[in-house]
Write a protein that binds this ligand. Sequence first.
Ligand SMILES: C[S@@+](CC[C@H](N)C(=O)[O-])C[C@H]1O[C@@H](n2cnc3c(N)ncnc32)[C@H](O)[C@@H]1O
Length: 243
Amino acid sequence: MVSYSFERVKRGLRKFGVLRPLNRHEYRTVWNSVSADLREAMVSVQGSSDENQFAVSAKATVETLKECVGIYPTDTVLEIGAGVGRVGDLLAPLCKEWIATDVSDHMLAHLSRRLAKQQNIRTVLTNGFDLSQIESGSVDLVYCTVVFMHLDEWERFNYVREGLRVLKPGGRMLVDNFSLLTDAGWDFFVKNMESYPPAKRPPNISKSSTPQELFLYFEKAGFRHIAQRTGAVLVTTFGTKPR
Ligand SMILES: C[S@@+](CC[C@H](N)C(=O)[O-])C[C@H]1O[C@@H](n2cnc3c(N)ncnc32)[C@H](O)[C@@H]1O
């Protein structure tokens, strides 16, 4: 998990002429401020700009997707908060179409350049709150990885609800967050508490979920066959849209 220092966000904001402190829900301004160039964007996504490290972690994410919800050559797949295409780089060749959505136009510009060789990619700039540009019932698989920690709970739930809307009947959705109930997740929670006095917390500071929170979102949104997997840090939740 990446730590987003208050100073780094502030430096980025100054570059864009934003001088006031930002709120958490100003997702586009916050994320554009930490992704001016590709190197900085990669550091913001996973703490390193090393392409090999990206490939290793992307492989692990794709394995999780395969094991939990499957990936098929006929699938239209949509990622919420796709960043610079860490996962899409490996996933796009495995499906029919990969739709990269993100609130940050900087991230999507880096993604388009990084993945220029892939022919089946579409990028969609979203408003940070919903998937309104995506047609209902048009997608086979929606996933969102390493993003929920940066969102308010309402946006987390709304993305699960929007996931259900854009999925075809029988379509699958998967999300993750770091779990407060794991040892590493608890340590990260305490580290953030001790690292930042309240007024110095970066707007995109990582906040945990519990498995119960994510399960409830899926249940209330109307998913079926909801299941969860907890790793050393992350809790992953997935389910199916009723036919
Ligand atoms: C830590 S990065 C993860 C990127 C990608 N999912 C990955 O695993 O490589 C978080 C991404 O979420 C995007 N993001 C942040 N808030 C968002 C929101 N409200 N809606 C959509 N995307 C958002 C950021 O711009 C950034 O690209």
